[in-house]
Design a protein around this ligand. Structure first.
Ligand SMILES: [Zn+2]
Length: 205
């Protein structure tokens, strides 16, 4: 089974998306990537349902790519180090997204995604080039961005890493929102977050 399908199923099982929501892709080389198809349940996906595309939006193999291929393609073009992209519609991230409230750096684990608060990219309709442009404009130094009234996008050096970020950020959004309901959570300093990003780079290597 392709790891896009494995992690797609995991995404639904772990409640990070539901039904056919969200999508995943992985880079094949400098010019091409493989992406999950549009509107198909992850549970019944087969390797041959995945779509291979180039960075100009041309379909090389398969039929109907995810409607969000624009931001996948945009990320691969803008970040040569991006080897995979994961997009989820998770619950607590979406609570922040409808408040247009960035996820503050309230836990060291957020260093998986970068040193700065996770920004909310301005709203644009799903599947549009405008949405891709807005998302790309909001990553900053991070590898994750919240899409207003929509969800989360992460990229990483592997599908596993991009998926892990989506899971970690959903956990952090949950504790942030719960903390906000009873008080004023404090943030870690940017200096501390930068240190954690460096620590994560060498962690496990
Ligand atoms: Zn979406």
């Amino acid at each position: 089974m392709d790891e896009l399908i494995y992690y797609g199923q995991k995404m639904v099982e772990e409640g990070l998306s539901f039904a056919t929501g969200g999508n995943l892709s992985r880079r094949l080389d400098g010019e091409t990537y493989k992406i999950t198809p549009s509107g198909q349940a992850y549970a019944s996906l087969k390797d041959q349902d995945l779509v291979t595309m180039n960075l100009e939006g041309k379909i090389l193999q398969g039929e109907k790519p995810s409607t969000e291929y624009h931001f996948h393609q945009g990320i691969y073009r803008a970040y040569p180090e991006a080897k995979a992209v994961v997009h989820t519609h998770s619950e607590y991230i979406n609570i922040l997204s409808i408040l247009d409230k960035p996820l503050a750096c309230i836990h060291y684990l957020m260093a998986e995604a970068g040193p700065d608060p996770i920004e909310v990219a301005p709203y644009a309709s799903f599947g549009t080039e405008d949405l891709a442009r807005n998302a790309l404009g909001a990553f900053g130094r991070n590898k994750a961005v919240i899409l207003s009234h929509h969800g989360l996008v992460t990229f990483g050096s592997s599908v596993k890493e991009a998926f892990s970020q989506a899971r970690t950020l959903e956990f952090c959004a949950k504790i942030y929102i719960k903390a906000l309901s009873i008080g004023n959570p404090s943030s870690l300093s940017i200096e501390e977050m930068e240190k954690m990003v460096d620590r994560f780079k060498s962690y496990g290597k």
